[in-house]
Design a protein around this ligand. Sequence first.
Ligand code: MN
Length: 185
Amino acid sequence: MKKLKKYSKKRDFKKTKEPKPSAQKKKKKIFVVQKHDASSLHYDFRLNISGVLVSWAVPKGPSLNPKTKRLAMQTENHPLDYADFEGTIPESEYGAGKVIIWDKGTYKNISKNKNKKILIEKALNEGKISVELKGKKLEGGFSLIKIGKKRWLLIKHNDKQADARKNVVKSQPKSVKSGKKIQEI
Ligand code: MN
């Protein structure tokens, strides 16, 4: 699968338990945020767009404060199955370290261009994605704005789920899958 070529190239599936790439036609608009304790800790923000998880690594994790712009580096697409992955990537492998499912849920595309609704595929190409998340920790509007080749900004919309005082990555560190903290994996 062409969209997952980079993903496959970086991994040895005899060594890692991460899912193998597979073409899937699941249309369900899911998102996942995985906390990943690799060479440096970050949060992988992923959206199912056209059957693959389009992915960004967010070093500081998402913020609920609309005034906070979080750097989000676009990484290789991941297979849809990756949204269920929680575990340890072995030492010798790409991205070695622990992964938990920090948040997961569904999203609604609310992307617009010149006040007209556009498809999320188009929004991705144009570098301005807006979604409404329905997760356990993240809810309401978020935008991803492209500012460089791979550099994007993740910004919370100023809506009723915005919260300038809550540090959501600190106050809710546990996996929504296992209830474990990343150290306990
Ligand atoms: Mn990662």
